[in-house]
Design a binder for this molecule. Sequence first.
Ligand SMILES: Cc1cc2nc3c(=O)[nH]c(=O)nc-3n(C[C@H](O)[C@H](O)[C@H](O)COP(=O)(O)O)c2cc1C
Length: 153
Amino acid sequence: MYKKVLIICRSVHHNNTLSIAKAIGEELNAEIIKPSEFNNKTISDYDLIGFGSGIYNGKHHQSILNLIDELKAQNHKHTFIFSTSTIPVEAMHKNLKKSLIAKEFQIVGEYYCKGFMNYSFTKHLGGFNKGRPNDKDLEKARDFAKKLMNNNM
Ligand SMILES: Cc1cc2nc3c(=O)[nH]c(=O)nc-3n(C[C@H](O)[C@H](O)[C@H](O)COP(=O)(O)O)c2cc1C
């Protein structure tokens, strides 16, 4: 059972990832903040930390990656990763995972799903993944959070 959970989320395009953060956060009773609101000194207060954002040019938002670069080694602190993207595949998590492993986090789960995108030329096509994340994506996110909690009982 995790006692205190922090979710650090950056959601810049359509708040797609923020909706996932809120669904996961509700289940875990987590505090949700932006990278700019993070206080390095309080990290030891949390026994689980989630990092999430949209995927921009194949990776998580640079502010998330920068934040992790600034941290000291975390001695196996539990963490989870999430994202929304046009093409939701595990490979999009590669950079973030590499950064977390370098700081000795223990990754206990990953969640990703489709997110609406109408950036650049796709705007003229009406965008991709209309309506995503949808109710089903949010339900799956909540199930993901429940599993995280149960696996740590
Ligand atoms: C500048 C930009 C770059 C993007 N690059 C990718 C990408 O490389 N791969 C992908 O699958 N989706 C990409 N997307 C789509 C976003 O990942 C998707 O819309 C996501 O749901 C946005 O999340 P947000 O609303 O939380 O910011 C990109 C979107 C933008 C605006």
